[in-house]
Ligand binder design. Structure first.
Ligand SMILES: N[C@@H](CCC(=O)N[C@@H](CS)C(=O)NCC(=O)O)C(=O)O
Length: 222
C-alpha cells in the first residue's frame, strides 16, 4: 500500500506488542515512518499524541491515534487487501488473543522476573507459563500447523512474540517441557522472512531525524 507518507509508528524493537504490530503492517505492505523509542527516554511527541506512554502507537494522517497493538493489526488488515484467511473465525481468534493478553502475559512476566514475584518459586512460575501454553496453544497445534488451521492467522501473529520471549527465558527448559508441535510453530514463524524483516535495528528517533521507512515491501509470510 503506497501513499502512507502520513503514517507514523512509534515502536520499540524488542517489545512483543510492537513486534506483532510491525508484523501485521509489514505483512499488509503498509509503509510507515518508524520512530524507534527508548522506553526510559520517551519522546515528548509520543506522549503528546498518546499520554499513556506505551508502544506501539500508530498515527494516521487524519489525526487519529491508534494506541493498542491489536487495534493496529486490525486496522492494517482492514485497510489492505490482505489475505482474508488471516481473519477467518475472527471472533474465536479475538477471544484467544484476549485470553492470552489477560492471562498468559502476566504469567510470562512472573516467569521472566521471579525475583519480583516471590509468592511462588521460580520453578512454579515456569510451570504455570508452560501449563498455559499446553492448555491453550499446544492443543490447537496437535491438529493444525497454525492456531486456526493450516494457514497463518491474526492470532499467530499476535501471540508468537510472547511465546518467543517465553522460550528465551530458558531454552533448554522450553525444549524439555513443550511439544515439538509448539517448537516447530515457533521456529516456522520466527525464522520467517516476515519476522526477520520486522526485527531490524534502528537508532533511537529524535525530532528532526530523516524518516526511516518501514513495512512497504511485501514479504512472503513464511
Ligand atoms: N495494550 C498495549 C500494551 C503495550 C505495552 O505495554 N508496551 C510496553 C512495552 S513492551 C510499554 O510501552 N511499556 C511502557 C513503559 O515501559 O514505559 C498494546 O497492546 O499496545
Amino acid at each position: 500500500m503506497k501513499d502512507n507518507n502520513q503514517l507514523i509508528l512509534y515502536s520499540f524493537r524488542r517489545c512483543p506488542y510492537a513486534i506483532r504490530a510491525r508484523m501485521a503492517l509489514s505483512l499488509c505492505n503498509i509503509e510507515v515512518q518508524l520512530r524507534e523509542v527508548v522506553l526510559r527516554d520517551k519522546p515528548p511527541e509520543l506522549l503528546h499524541s498518546s499520554p499513556k506512554g506505551t508502544v506501539p502507537v500508530l498515527l494516521l494522517g487524519n489525526g487519529q491515534v491508534i494506541e493498542h497493538s491489536l487495534d493496529i493489526m486490525l486496522w492494517a488488515i482492514e485497510h489492505t487487501a490482505a489475505d482474508s484467511s488471516l481473519t477467518l473465525a475472527l471472533d474465536a481468534q479475538l477471544e484467544l488473543i484476549e485470553l492470552h493478553d489477560q492471562s498468559f502475559k502476566p504469567l510470562l512476566d512472573r516467569y521472566k522476573y521471579p525475583e519480583r514475584h516471590l509468592e511462588l518459586s521460580a520453578q512454579q512460575h515456569q510451570y504455570n507459563a508452560m501449563y498455559w501454553l499446553e492448555t491453550h496453544i499446544i492443543t490447537r497445534l496437535k491438529e493444525y500447523t497454525h492456531l486456526f488451521g493450516n494457514h497463518l492467522s491474526l492470532a499467530d501473529l499476535a501471540i508468537v512474540p510472547f511465546v518467543r520471549q517465553c522460550a528465551a527465558v530458558d531454552s533448554a527448559a522450553f525444549a524439555r517441557s513443550t511439544s515439538t508441535a509448539l517448537q516447530h510453530w515457533l521456529a516456522r514463524l520466527t525464522e520467517s522472512a516476515l519476522f526477520e524483516s520486522v526485527m531490524s535495528k534502528y537508532p533511537q528517533w529524535r525530532a528532526g531525524d530523516p524518516p526511516i521507512w518501514f513495512g512497504g515491501t511485501s514479504k512472503p509470510p513464511l
